[in-house]
Design a binder for this molecule. Structure first.
Ligand code: SF4
Length: 374
């Protein structure tokens, strides 16, 4: 059986670019009309010729989303456990050489409890625990304890951290971990190596295979993404879709979801190499929904309130709300610690829930995936 590295090796950049460039308007129409879509269909849907057909794609995306997910949007919030990081990703505020001087901390168990309590009071049942890449500070024992604490307050706990090995994911699953979010950032090796200048994250294949290890360890939810702005979004979207499809096939017990994090503000030392417009982002989301009708789609508070509201009917199934990207940001440290990136949608969670309901969707605080666990 082919592994992910081999599968992606069959789709080098030149082949993907050519497939997208060759797509004609009639290929886009045919791709929209089909029930099951091939990689060539996805390339057509991502191509510039699909741009005048976004409205038709939006109707199909809406139909598929309602069929597979109903009229529900799950709400979640991130809890940053630590902003200590030994890696040096050029685009990130936590990077060890970012030049940021604000306070770096790792929350003690009491502070983790306080953060959990604060979010739980808003009604959240679904949280994402985050750290930088600091396995000597946020050790596996520390993370096991953090997951256990979070489990006392929430029905679903996920993590977004450094890529781990199978044994580490297994230990976290035993502590009650349900999901792993891990963005490849970009699938283009050259760009990947250029922007990741230190740390374990430099190991492209170790990161690429991490979600499969998490699935093998028994996590129910696998969430992948590319950091939009690092590389040509069309090519990265196609590679990410192949990765998602691979996970659906090989980790069939897990629900696969895709996030769409977009670089909007970068640290001073980094210029965003391939900016992605609002229209590009909508285009990519619609193409992904048509190719992967069963995948969850996640939009975070990196995006503005107005833009997020417009995305609601286009296939979104999860949204974060009321987020802070600094450790202790909800209950313990206020604004004195270093944040990872600026939040664009700062509305309180209750307001986001009201907007979702006004759009005709049910905001879901509890994680409905759990009902399907075997
Ligand atoms: S993206 Fe993650 S690993 Fe990279 S510098 Fe930021 S926190 Fe560290």
């Amino acid at each position: 059986m082919e592994n992910l590295v081999q599968e992606l090796a069959a789709w080098p950049r030149e082949r993907v670019e050519a497939l997208i460039a060759q797509a004609q308007p009639h290929d886009v129409d045919a791709a929209i009309a089909r029930e099951e879509r091939s990689v060539a269909d996805l390339a057509a849907l991502l191509s510039p010729h699909a741009r005048p057909r976004l409205e038709t794609m939006a109707h199909e995306a809406q139909r598929l989303t309602r069929w597979h997910f109903g009229r529900t949007i799950g709400l979640y919030a991130p809890i940053y456990l630590s902003n200590v990081c030994a890696a040096d990703c050029l685009y990130c505020g936590f990077a060890t050489h970012s030049g940021n001087k604000e306070r770096r901390i790792t929350l003690e168990p009491d502070a983790i409890r306080a953060e959990c309590k604060s979010l739980s009071a808003h009604g959240f049942e679904n949280v994402l625990l985050l750290t930088g890449e600091a396995p000597n500070v946020a050790t596996i024992d520390y993370l096991v304890e953090a997951v256990s604490i979070a489990n006392e307050y929430f029905s679903s706990v996920s993590i977004e951290m450094y890529a781990m090995d199978l044994e580490q994911y297994t230990r976290l699953c035993e502590a009650g971990l349900e999901g792993v979010t891990l963005y490849m950032e970009t699938y283009d090796r050259e760009t990947y190596i250029r922007v990741h200048q230190a740390g374990v994250k430099q190991d492209y294949e170790h990161r690429l295979n991490a979600l499969e290890r998490a699935g093998q360890a028994g996590t129910w939810k696998l969430n992948l993404g590319v950091l939009l702005g690092l590389f040509d979004w069309r090519v990265d979207a196609l590679w990410m879709a192949l990765h998602a499809r691979y996970l659906q096939k090989h980790c069939w017990r897990s629900a696969v979801a895709i996030s769409f994090p977009r670089l909007r503000h970068a640290p001073q030392r980094f210029e965003i190499p391939a900016p992605v417009s609002d229209a590009d982002l909508v285009h990519m989301m619609l193409a992904m929904r048509l190719f992967l009708p069963e995948a969850g789609m996640v939009v975070s508070t990196r995006e503005s309130a107005e833009f997020r509201d417009r995305l609601i009917p286009l296939g979104v199934t999860f949204m974060s709300a009321g987020s802070s990207t600094r450790p202790g940001g909800y209950a313990t440290c206020g604004e004195e610690t270093l944040e990872q990136f600026e939040i664009e949608d700062s509305r309180p969670p209750e307001e986001v829930a009201r907007v979702i309901a006004a759009a005709g969707y049910d905001p879901v605080w509890k994680d409905f995936d759990r009902a399907f666990h075997v």
